[in-house]
Design a protein around this ligand. Structure first.
Ligand code: NAD
Length: 305
C-alpha cells in the first residue's frame, strides 16, 4: 500500500511508520517537526517537512495514496487551554485540510489518532465508545470536532475511516515535555536524580497503554471497515502506583513529593476494550510493569549516548 503518515517523526507516529515499512508498505511522512524529531524518521520513508495546514494539494495530486494515517496534532492539553485558537487551527483545520484534499484525490482510507479526552469525566467506568462525548478541554473539543468531520465526510464520500481513541500512551521516544507522558517524565527525573512531582494525593488514575500495542492497533486498522475504537487496557493505574512500580523495579525508594493538585484535572480513566476486541481481535499485550521497565531501559540508553 501507499501510505501517508502525518506526525511520523513524533512519538507514536514514528513507531507506526517503522511497522508499516517493515510490512513492505511504501510510506511517506508529513511532519513540521514542531515536537517531532528527525532522528525518529525511518530512513526508508519519504519525508516532507510540512504543516498539515499548508498546501498539501500537490503532494496528494502527485501520488494516489491508499491510506492516510493522521497522527500530527497539537497534543498538549495545557497549551489548548492557554491558546485554544492555535489548538483548533492545528487539530481541527489541519485535519479538515487533509481530509478534504484526501477525498478530492481518491484516498481510500483515513486512520485518525483521537483521544479519550473526547469523553471528559463521564462517571461510568470503564468508558465505552457509546458514552457521551463531553470533553473538558479545548484539546478534547478539537478531537471531537475532527472526528465529526471524518465521520461526515466518510459517510458522504464513501472513504473508509478508522478512529482510534487512545488512552495514555507511553514508551520509547515519548518526549518528556508532553503533558500526557508521566511515565517518561518520571523516568527522566529518576535518571537525573530529581524528585518526581505528584499532583495532589496521587490517587488519580489513568489507563496506560504501551506504544507497541498501539502500533498493532494501527496495523489491524488497515483491514478494518469504518469504525471507532477505544485503544487502552481497561486497567486503572494511579500515579502512586507508578511510583511504587519504579521503586520496585529499581530496588530503592524513588524520590517523590506531592504538590498542589491541578485544577480541573480528570481524576479517573479506564476504557472499555470490548468493541475493538470483538471487531478486530486487538488486545493489549504489554503489562504496565514490563512496559515501564522497557521504557526506562530505552531512556537510560539514550541518556548515555
Ligand atoms: N501520547 C498520548 O498519550 C496520546 C493519547 C491520545 C491521543 N494521542 C494522539 O496521538 C497523536 C500522536 O501523539 P504523540 O504523543 O506521538 O505526539 P508527538 O508530539 O510526539 O507527535 C506529534 C507529531 O506531529 C507533528 N506536528 C504537530 N503539529 C503539526 C502540524 N501542524 N503539521 C505537521 N506536523 C505536525 C509533530 O512535529 C510531531 O512529530 C496525536 O494526534 C495525539 O493527539 C496521543
Amino acid at each position: 500500500m501507499k501510505i501517508l503518515v502525518t506526525g511520523g517523526c513524533g512519538f507514536i507516529g514514528s513507531h507506526i511508520v517503522d511497522a508499516y515499512v517493515e510490512q513492505g508498505h511504501e510510506v511517506c511522512v508529513v511532519d513540521d517537526l514542531s515536537t517531532g524529531n528527525i532522528a525518529n524518521l525511518n530512513p526508508a520513508a519519504k519525508f516532507y517537512e510540512m504543516d498539515v495546514n499548508g498546501d498539501i494539494e500537490p503532494l496528494l495530486a502527485e501520488t494516489t495514496y491508499d491510506l492516510i494515517n493522521h497522527h500530527a496534532a497539537q497534543i498538549n492539553v495545557r497549551t489548548s487551554v492557554d491558546d485554544p485558537v492555535f489548538d483548533a487551527r492545528v487539530n481541527i483545520l489541519g485535519t479538515l485540510n487533509l481530509l478534504t484534499t484526501a477525498i478530492a484525490h481518491g484516498v481510500k482510507k483515513f486512520i485518525f489518532a483521537s483521544s479519550c479526552a473526547v469523553y471528559g469525566e463521564p462517571g461510568d467506568y470503564p468508558i465505552s465508545e457509546s458514552a457521551p462525548l463531553n470533553p473538558s478541554s479545548p484539546y478534547g473539543i478539537s478531537k471531537v470536532t475532527a472526528e465529526a468531520y471524518i465521520r461526515m465526510y466518510g459517510h458522504f464520500s464513501g472513504m473508509d475511516y478508522v478512529i482510534l481513541r487512545y488512552s495514555n500512551v507511553y514508551g520509547p521516544r515519548q518526549i518528556v515535555e508532553s503533558e500526557a507522558g508521566v511515565i517518561s517524565i518520571f523516568t527522566d527525573c529518576i535518571l537525573k536524580d530529581d524528585t518526581c512531582k505528584i499532583f495532589g494525593d496521587g490517587k488519580q488514575t489513568r489507563d496506560y497503554v504501551y506504544v507497541d500495542d498501539v502500533v498493532q492497533a494501527n496495523l489491524l486498522a488497515l483491514k478494518s471497515g469504518s469504525d471507532v475504537f477505544n485503544i487502552g487496557t481497561g486497567i486503572e493505574t494511579s500515579v502512586n502506583d507508578l511510583v511504587n512500580i519504579f521503586s520496585d523495579l529499581l530496588g530503592r525508594d524513588v524520590k517523590h513529593s506531592h504538590i498542589d493538585p491541578r485544577p480541573g484535572e480528570v481524576l479517573r480513566n479506564a476504557l472499555d476494550m470490548r468493541r475493538v476486541f470483538s471487531q478486530v481481535h486487538w488486545q493489549p499485550r504489554m503489562g504496565i510493569r514490563d512496559g515501564i521497565a522497557k521504557t526506562f531501559e530505552y531512556f537510560k540508553k539514550v541518556s548515555r549516548s
